[in-house]
Design a protein around this ligand. Structure first.
Ligand SMILES: Nc1nc2c(c(=O)[nH]1)N[C@H]1C(S)=C(S)[C@@H](COP(=O)(O)OP(=O)(O)OC[C@H]3O[C@@H](n4cnc5c(N)ncnc54)[C@H](O)[C@@H]3O)O[C@H]1N2
Ligand code: MOO
Length: 408
């Protein structure tokens, strides 16, 4: 089975559904998509209060006050934030007040302490405030009954701020997907252990776990399961209970030991297309188990696995989380290098991109080989070369996927 990148992505997104939303404590909801409109049950501010440390006054009492000719008023009390004092500011008196404290009855304005001698029994005030000066009015920010956040908003610190301020402890949001990451291959060893001849460290499960976590998932990195068909199938079956999505790497091409393809082909629910892209040609995607958990079987070559994540898995995770757009949006830029590209395949070329006065500029890093992780680690973008383009010249316009951009 052969497919274009767009066809394969369409198959993937056609199978993946948004996770059901549920009530989550605020701090669990950071980065999630809100699934309800938030209407405030209260006004903000909730009561008239002082914007300054100073004195609550009746501004009419301070007519003509200047530095040389200050007005002295008796201080009949003090109100700190959080306190409600039954004090009334009658004509010719004032009350010491702190920022955030409720305005006492009778007062109409606040004089900042800097305009005064700071007196506690009597205070000399050197300037008349405008009527209402330094008073924060009830409801001037948010009115009770007003909508403060729309459904489908991604919750960041600023949205969490308003939720807490209106008193919401929990909100309905789509949860983080739980992603299980498994790597297959008899040659793999865990970083930190000793390598025998012909062995390599398992980098893919770390790459993909890191990428999935960065995309917002809760990740279970199962790590290496070798290449025994029964062990692979048992591991996947065991893991399904805690997975909203499964990612495996390795064992999907044409080799004699490409067991992922061998065992999952038998389920009849996972397909193994060749996708017209480079890197990332051998792909597998489908569902497993009663709950039809989506599974991606990514190619073992490390760069292929990572690029496949960016092109197919990330959009699926975004759909699970309800984050639009699902696909990373490319930006336009200029290639600073010349290179060739295979006919009929979309090529994703590792690049280092910088943005300047003339827009985005991208230099290629490392070679095209799908095993070249050194270059990948120095890259921050992929140049996307369309299927019908076989050569890119320095100075050509290209499309770039910016890999460190959070959204899209
Ligand atoms: N005869 C053919 N051979 C290959 C083809 C083909 O079409 N015909 N396709 C090549 C392409 S393209 C890719 S991509 C790879 C995909 O291979 P598999 O998914 O079967 O992966 P493996 O054979 O298990 O491993 C490939 C390569 O990657 C290394 N690897 C695997 N897992 C990890 C890991 N967790 N961490 C780091 N490195 C890993 C593995 O040692 C191999 O070097 O197939 C080509 N062959
Ligand atoms: O497609 Mo493989 O994924 O090029 O190295």
């Amino acid at each position: 089975m052969r497919r274009s990148v767009d066809e394969h992505l369409e198959v993937v997104l056609g199978r993946v559904r948004g996770l059901p939303a549920f009530e989550q404590p605020l701090m669990e909801a950071v980065g999630l998509v809100l699934c309800e409109d938030i209407v405030s049950g209260l006004s903000l501010p909730g009561f008239d209060n002082s914007a300054m440390d100073g004195y609550a006054v009746r501004t009419g009492d301070l007519a003509g006050a200047t530095q040389d000719n200050p007005v002295t008023l008796p201080v009949v009390g003090e109100i700190a934030a959080g306190r409600v004092e039954p004090i009334v500011v009658t004509p010719g008196t004032c009350v010491r007040i702190m920022t955030g404290a409720p305005m006492p009855r009778g007062a109409d304005s606040v004089v900042p302490v800097e305009w005064t001698d700071g007196g506690t029994a009597n205070v000399r005030i050197a300037q008349q405030p405008a009527l209402g000066a330094s008073v924060r009015r009830a409801g001037e920010d948010v009115k009770a009954g007003e909508k403060v956040l729309d459904k489908d908003t991604v919750l960041g610190p600023r949205q969490i701020a308003v939720l807490a301020a209106v008193g919401r402890a929990r909100v309905k949001a789509r949860p983080r997907p739980r992603v299980v990451v498994v790597s297959t291959g008899a040659e793999l060893r865990e970083p930190g252990s000793r390598l025998g001849e012909g062995q390599i460290y398992d980098s893919n499960s770390y790459t993909l776990a890191a990428a999935a976590r960065e995309a917002g998932a809760v990740v279970y990195r199962v790590g290496i399961v070798g290449d025994d068909p029964k062990r692979i199938m048992d591991t996947l079956s065991d893991q399904l209970v805690r997975a909203d999505l499964v990612i495996t790497t390795g064992g999907v091409s044409m080799g004699a030991y490409d067991v992922v393809k061998e065992v999952l082909s038998k389920t009849g629910t996972v397909d193994f297309p060749q996708v017209a892209m480079q890197p990332g040609k051998p792909q597998g995607f489908g569902v497993l188990g009663e709950d039809e958990v989506p599974v991606f079987t990514l190619p073992g070559n490390p760069v292929s696995a990572y690029v496949s994540f960016e092109v197919f898995v990330r959009p699926a995770l975004r759909k699970l989380m309800g984050q639009m757009p699902y696909r990373r949006q490319p930006v336009h830029g200029v290639s600073l290098d010349s290179f060739s590209s295979p006919a009929g395949k979309r090529q994703f070329v590792r690049a280092s991109a910088t943005s300047g006065d003339e827009g985005w500029m991208a230099s290629t890093v490392g070679g095209h080989g799908s095993h070249l992780l050194g270059g990948l680690s120095r890259s921050n973008a992929l140049i996307v070369v369309p299927e019908d383009v076989t050569s890119v010249r320095a100075g050509d316009q290209v499309e770039l996927l910016l890999l460190d951009e959070e959204t899209g």
